[in-house]
Design a protein around this ligand. Sequence first.
Ligand SMILES: Nc1ncnc2c1ncn2[C@@H]1O[C@H](COP(=O)(O)OP(=O)(O)OP(=O)(O)O)[C@@H](O)[C@H]1O
Length: 250
Amino acid sequence: MSMDAAITFEGVTAGYGELMILDRLDLRAARGRITLLIGPNGAGKSTVLKTLFGLLKLRQGRIRLFGEDITGAKPRELLTQHGVAFVPQGRNLFGQLSVYENLELGGITLGTQETRARIPEVLALFPRVRERLHSAASSLSGGEQKQLEVGRALLLRPKVLLIDEPSIGLSPLVVQDVFRLLRRLADEQGVTVLMVEQNVKSALKMADDAIALEAGRLVLHKPAPQLLADPDIERLFLGGGHVPASLATP
Ligand SMILES: Nc1ncnc2c1ncn2[C@@H]1O[C@H](COP(=O)(O)OP(=O)(O)OP(=O)(O)O)[C@@H](O)[C@H]1O
């Protein structure tokens, strides 16, 4: 597939201790688009994000960002020098601290002055969170907390946003808010988004591209609308199992 790649994995093998999860994985995610990672439980979707963000060491292979080799780069370096932000699964705020303090911590590598100057720009995206600026983060709704986490990541004005299952614990309407926000970041700011999401159907409606993994290898890479229109989608993602030949990457 020819495209302007933001993220490239070339033969990446990585895992936990002796356990290798990614198996010579090749994948590409296009610049300024939203790419959804799908596949059965344990296929290695979250591991792709963690490996890209430097949380796991590669055994083999290379990772490139906008063509530049970033293999082995540490999370801090990725964040501050390469413009990669990671919003992990679950709740990652300091619940006792206020919304504002959580944002300040997100800008810790920028310095206080720069962070404070940027906070209004992030809050402009989240009117509801802005109204709760001095409340404890734990008092926000689940959706507002996820928005705040994304906002905190945006303080560094990332070029690439990695986001792992943002919809967990959120109601369908709130999930739509989070998805709309990601869409805006891609469309208005050219942010490249790589996302893992169990809520496959609604995520496909919002995403540009879909990559399916199985046992640490890529089994499909297609435009999201094309996949959404495929009658085999239920079997493929709700029932697990193998990718039908009709869906495989040409
Ligand atoms: N910290 C860890 N230590 C050891 N094994 C791990 C660790 N994290 C994940 N694994 C294992 O790695 C495999 C892949 O996990 P990963 O989280 O990447 O899968 P996934 O495709 O995101 O699946 P899910 O949809 O279930 O989250 C799983 O078998 C998991 O048990």
